[in-house]
Design a protein around this ligand. Structure first.
Ligand code: ACM
Ligand code: ZN
Length: 492
């Protein structure tokens, strides 16, 4: 049986009713769940593969937080993780690689290798594994929604079956790397949408995957197409002309609509990342909204998964003592204070992208306790929430997580429960540096106070203690104006 039942029993028998109430989170789910009917976590098992036992442990921990959706991001550039009988090369060629995380993999040239190669990292789920995960989740009332991310983020797919690529595509030698949004990325990775065989291929993958997951929903990805090859591929150009399409958003939409229709025939409702929004997108598609600028989500049902407040890959504390992470500062209180709005909002989702979570321990460290904050946020109305009280209950939860073997971030060790400086604050830096430059990891203020800093690509974050914006100046500083803004695109 799920470990969850065992843990529930231990809690019931050993912890007083009052103390039970004091665990995260408060037992108000039924009362408030009308607001957000779905509460999920997305786990990326492409960037790092995790074994079935790890998945089960996360499902147990989700159940304790009354979460009900497990969004399984099964494939991406960095590895294919699910057995597909019709296309065996997917797992034979691209489930194993050299390099424990994205950075190391890229530094070593984005190499996939056969299983058993010395130093190979990876794995995939067999159909039996998937059935076991789905069965286990069902006992916990958790719906498992698969994601096959197309038509981009498809590097592993193209390496396994290069005929799915545009005519001029060539598997990139990742050293020297292609830079996308300031981050190295294996980005020549869109499927050729001008080739009818690509549709047949993708839909046959959908067929096999859909059969394994009883969920009503199926996530088709759709994020971050780069369109680089579409622009010069004769097949893509022909189709664009034939359909009278003049931009790549509409071009991708031709594909999305066919995918949505195919899924409908399988009895599934499609979900996709917000890039797919387009005037012709059927209104029954559910949109996972991860960016601020997807305002056009109007009229669609959305699951909110904001890249700043719900991305668990972001750093949660001073970067000098934390795992590598994505250098955006998302402390526990920022997650707890998430205000997703409510018009059309079906649910909230935390996302763990695992480019930099090469071990189970790091993945759990990134996830807990922030997942608890998402859970309480989703099930509680605003006036019932109180961060200080929640933080105390998170600490009570440590005993439970310890029993389950969950390796959480200890909130008691938090150095910087920080807040973002709002846009447009002027900052004096210690050294002259450009607006787009990197901040030092620690800034020492003129009064000796130390601040941790976070930055990301061309937008800077400055983190500070307290709830009001301090006057910030640094001794001997060259004055540089910094326009402090929000991070936009998450690197692939
Ligand atoms: C995403 O972060 N690319 C959905
Ligand atoms: Zn093409």
């Amino acid at each position: 049986p799920p470990k969850f039942w065992e843990i529930s029993k231990i809690i019931k028998e050993n912890i007083s009713a009052k103390k039970q109430q004091a665990l995260v989170f408060e037992e108000r789910k039924q009362e408030f769940r009308t607001a957000f009917e779905k509460l999920g976590i997305m786990l990326d098992v492409s960037r790092t593969f995790y074994p079935v036992d790890f998945i089960k442990r996360q499902l147990d921990a989700m159940a304790l937080l009354k979460m009900n959706v497990f969004h399984f991001h099964l494939v991406d550039n960095n590895g294919w993780r699910i057995q597909i009988d019709k296309w065996p090369e997917l797992t034979r060629k691209t489930a194993w690689r050299i390099g424990k995380d994205k950075d190391e993999w890229m530094a070593k040239g984005c190499k996939f290798v056969p299983e058993g190669t010395p130093g190979a990292v990876g794995g995939y789920y067999t159909k039996e594994d998937i059935k076991e995960i789905v069965r286990y989740a069902a006992e916990l009332n958790i719906d498992v929604i698969p994601e096959i991310d197309v038509p981009s983020h498809s590097f592993s797919m193209l390496c396994a079956y290069p005929e799915l690529a545009c005519e001029n595509w060539k598997a990139p030698d990742c050293a020297p790397v292609v830079k996308v949004l300031g981050e190295p990325s294996p980005y020549h990775c869109d499927l050729c949408l001008g080739n009818p065989a690509v549709y047949d291929f993708v839909f046959s993958v959908f067929d096999e995957v859909a059969e394994l997951f009883p969920s009503k929903y199926f996530h088709i990805g759709g994020d971050e197409a780069c369109a680089r090859e579409w622009a010069s591929c004769p097949k893509c150009q022909d189709l664009m002309q034939k359909e009278g399409v003049t931009n790549f958003t509409d071009f991708q939409n031709l594909f999305t609509i066919k995918a949505v229709e195919h899924l409908r025939k399988l009895g599934k409702t499609a979900i996709a990342w917000d890039e797919v929004i387009c005037k012709d997108l059927p209104k029954d598609v559910i949109v996972t909204q991860w960016r601020d600028n997807a305002l056009e989500a109007d009229g669609y049902q959305v699951v909110k998964a904001h890249e700043y407040q719900t991305y668990l890959c972001n750093n949660q504390d001073y970067i000098g003592k934390e795992p590598k992470g994505i250098k955006i500062h998302t402390p526990l209180n920022a997650v707890y204070d998430y205000e997703p709005g409510d018009t059309g909002v079906r649910g909230i989702e935390a996302c763990l992208w695992t480019e930099r979570c090469p071990t189970e321990e790091i993945a759990e460290h990134q996830t807990y306790p922030r997942l608890a904050a998402i859970a309480e946020r989703a099930w509680s109305p605003k006036d019932a929430r109180n961060y200080e009280n929640f933080r105390e209950r998170v600490i009570n939860m440590h005993t439970v997580w310890d029993k389950m073997g969950i390796r959480y971030f200890d909130i008691k060790s938090e150095m910087y429960p920080m807040h973002l400086v709002p846009d447009g604050i002027k900052v004096n830096y210690k050294e002259s540096m450009s607006h787009r430059g990197k901040l030092p990891d620690i800034l020492t203020m003129s009064d000796g106070t130390k601040f941790g800093t976070m930055w990301n690509k061309d937008n800077l974050y400055l983190a500070f203690k307290g709830t009001t914006v301090p006057e910030i100046s640094v001794k001997g500083a060259a004055v540089v104006d910094a326009s402090l803004g929000r991070q936009r695109n998450h690197p692939g």
